[in-house]
Design a protein around this ligand. Sequence first.
Ligand code: GLN
Length: 474
Amino acid sequence: MNILESYDSYSGRLVTGEETVEGRVGAYLSIISARKNLNAFLSVFNEESLERARGIDRKIKNGSAGSLAGMVIAVKDVLCMKGKITTCGSKILEKYESIYDATVIKKLYDADAVFIGKTNMDEFAMGSSGENSAYGATKHPIDETRVPGGSSSGSCVAVATGMATASLGTDTGGSIRQPAGLCGIVGLKPTYGRVSRYGLVAFASSFDQIGPFARTVRDAARVLQVIAGRDVNDSTSAHVDVPDYVSGMKRSVKGMRIGLPKEYFSDALNSEIRAVLQKKIDTLKSAGAEIVEISLPNSEHTISAYYILATAEASSNLARYDGARYGYRSPQSKDLQSMYVRSRSEGFGEEVKRRIMLGTYVLSSGYYDAYYRKAQQVRRLIQNDFTEAFKHVDCLVTPISPTSAFKLGEKMDDPLQMYLNDIYTVSANLAGIPGMSIPAGTDKDGLPIGIQLLGKQFDEATILNVGDFLETVN
Ligand code: GLN
């Protein structure tokens, strides 16, 4: 069995009986235990996933199986699954058991996917390296002295190594696309509002989106197909029809207009990354796409705007962890005040505390106008830049990350360096547009380099089509 095969290529063999879901789950479980040192999972559903696989095998046999029958999925530990622990990578939720299923979980379950476990992540999805987890850092699958990217570190590593067919991550400022780029797989952040956030533990509610990691664009499209759509439990999920993504993949880019934002290809861009991207751009050109240089003039403000707005929202969302209702309560507390202070001080990690303080500061009266309101205005300007660009082009091509996978510990003492790593990804979240990372090549050390495709709001179909084309024309 090829453990790294895509769902699209093995699912046919499940139907003919040459392979079983149980066999595949068993193979993934053995990789999970063989590569435990990567620290990709926080909980593994050993018996339960095998049991479920046997049930799906029976459904496949009698012809009643759903559209993702036998796809094996790992879930970022920020999504609620009824009866399961949801830690969010934090000590404060170490024992928190979810009392309901997230909408995405319910939908995938109904499509007959199998869940294999919950994955490691930066605490409350705050980070770009996977090192901020209270349960230890996740390691890069090719070089264990390096980071796999974050915050959806475990979900990415699970798919890159053959511990699952696909996985769910969340992307508030790049947390699906950046690790996908660093580990050489596909990661898709849908349009804000495309996928219901019901049952996703909130970090920054106006940015967060759930999306898939997969080994092929087609597999990512299949997952999106199932999880997309309006949900009455999330008022920000959009009333927008969901097209048939796979049949929309024409394997052609002829006549398309593809934009290159000049601010993303400045002299500061690493030369190896530039060379890898240029090859892909040449491929698109020779297949009949028109490559157009465009400008996103407010690009230089994206990091500042993101880290003001996302921390502001986080400081408010994380106020609920107070030791009273659920989660960790300090045994040291003597009265109400000390219970709040001690539970939060002992329960949250350094980066989360830094964000709560930053967010509280930018929202405080006296600073609100100078920081929060200003950043909201800048967000609008960034959105306008994209609206203007998409009048002239169908999608954009950009780098995904300023470097390939960096060393563990390299940026941990310098938060600003860590934040700057998100320079190419946060704009999609500020603008609410869809973005996808696909493998583009490797650097001189054999580490993966990704390429990012950005689309118009609710036009995942176009970037999926271009991504599928690039993946199949090598
Ligand atoms: N790296 C970014 C941050 O730390 C994005 C995180 C995310 O997308 N969840 O905020």
